[in-house]
Design a binder for this molecule. Structure first.
Ligand code: PMP
Ligand code: GLN
Length: 389
């Protein structure tokens, strides 16, 4: 019997039925289409340090172009461990506790996939970065959303405590915070440590903006508190620290039993990450100045942007860290956030991200997120447009 050839693509029930294109891609596309200044998606519009490019080039020219070890180039893992020890006082073993990833995005996904079993609960604090929830869903976990305190975006420990259950496997925290630009205090990190002490709950601590904390404030890494370090995957990203978001290289530090499970997934997820870039980053990390100078570099941009925003009808909220600035636009428009950001992009020529994008069900607060990781001229040009509002 002859079977008929079919060109029909079989139906594919979605693993992520509620997910569309990310808001960052949507707003960047709209900004490009309208020729708007893109303060939406978070990325610098200036170049990285040419020394770093030189280091990567040198590694490529020296023939360092084949697979590196699965966990990452040893020199880079050693440099990361030394930096974490110097800044946060905890010694991670580069051989068994430091892993190089394809950006923080893969680090977070792999940490969640290795730890979350179907039916496990994972607490996320809303508003939160848009990859966390789909990551938990891909692992078969159940997302438990706990709101940060409205307007101040501080963690509400009573609500976090109420969300803990015997099924809680993990909590995802993020400081400095995207999108609210708050930075957790030592007391807040200690409260998290105390709250989790009697539990077996693991932590993903997303610290990609660790070097962007302003006004003399300090980043308090989960690695600096023994009780948190013992249960945390601490995630960072060279994309943010060295102005190379397109390189997609990040790191995870975690105690060896957690790292062992992380690497089981990592080796079949990406196996390993770009060799010459890792060698270049290792050399660049030997000089602490670039990351130690980052707070002052971005604080100056924040202040320039803030001074200009004060001459608009937008009301800026306080930015403690990260490269984001929230603005309250209720004095300008009654539109909902998504509509306002589209209008701002199309009609005013400045792209922004609606805060609703970071909440399930889209809590409307008349807030928009602007990114100030831009050349001064870009910020000035955007401010001129915003001052006409
Ligand atoms: N977490 C947060 C809070 C972020 O803002 C970003 C930036 N996109 C990431 C993770 C992902 O970082 P990477 O580009 O290194 O994957
Ligand atoms: N982290 C960046 C932001 O929050 C963008 C990352 C992305 O486009 N996925 O804007």
């Amino acid at each position: 019997m002859q079977t008929e050839t079919t060109t029909r693509t079989p139906p594919l029930p979605s693993r992520l039925p509620a997910v569309g294109t990310t808001i960052f891609t949507v707003m960047s596309a709209l900004a490009a289409e309208r020729g708007a200044i893109n303060l939406g998606q978070g990325f610098p519009d200036f170049d990285c340090d040419p020394t770093l490019v030189g280091h990567v080039h040198a590694a490529m020219s020296a023939g360092l172009n084949q697979y590196p070890p699965m966990a990452g180039v040893p020199a880079l893992r050693e440099a990361v461990a030394a930096k974490v020890a110097r800044l946060y006082g905890r010694c991670y073993d580069p051989a068994t506790e430091v892993t190089v990833t394809a950006g923080a995005t893969q680090a977070i996904l792999t940490a969640i996939l290795c730890a979350v079993h179907p039916g496990d609960e994972v607490i996320v604090l809303e508003p939160c970065y848009d990859s966390y929830v789909p990551n938990v869903e891909l692992a078969g976990g159940r997302v438990v959303r706990v709101p940060l305190t409205p307007r101040t975006f501080r963690p509400d420990f009573d609500r976090i405590a109420a969300a803990l259950s015997p099924r809680t496997r993990m909590i995802v925290v993020n400081s400095p915070h995207n999108p609210s630009a708050t930075v957790w205090t030592r007391e807040e990190m200690q409260r998290l440590e105390a709250l989790l002490a009697p539990t077996d709950v693991l932590v993903v601590s997303d610290e990609v903006y660790e070097h962007m904390v302003f006004d003399g404030g300090q980043h308090v890494s989960a690695s600096s508190l023994p009780g948190l370090a013992a249960r945390s995957f601490v995630v960072s990203s060279f994309g943010k620290t060295y102005h190379v978001t397109g390189w997609k290289v990040g790191t995870v530090v975690a105690p060896s039993p957690l790292t062992a499970e992380f690497r089981k997934v990592h080796q079949f997820n990406v196996f390993t990450v770009n060799t010459p870039v890792q060698h270049g980053l290792a050399r660049h990390l030997a000089d602490p100045r670039p990351y130690l100078e980052l707070p002052a570099f971005y604080q100056r941009k924040r202040d320039l942007f803030l001074d200009g925003l004060r001459q608009t009808r937008l009301v800026p909220l306080h930015t403690q860290g990260s490269y984001f600035q929230l603005v309250d636009y209720s004095g300008v428009s009654d539109l909902p956030e998504a509509g306002f950001c589209q209008w701002l992009t199309r009609e005013v020529g400045v792209a922004a991200i609606p805060l609703t994008a970071f909440y399930e069900g889209g809590l409307e607060q008349r807030l928009a997120r602007l990114c100030f990781a831009k050349r001064d001229e870009t910020l000035q040009a955007a401010l001129e447009r915003l001052q006409r509002l």
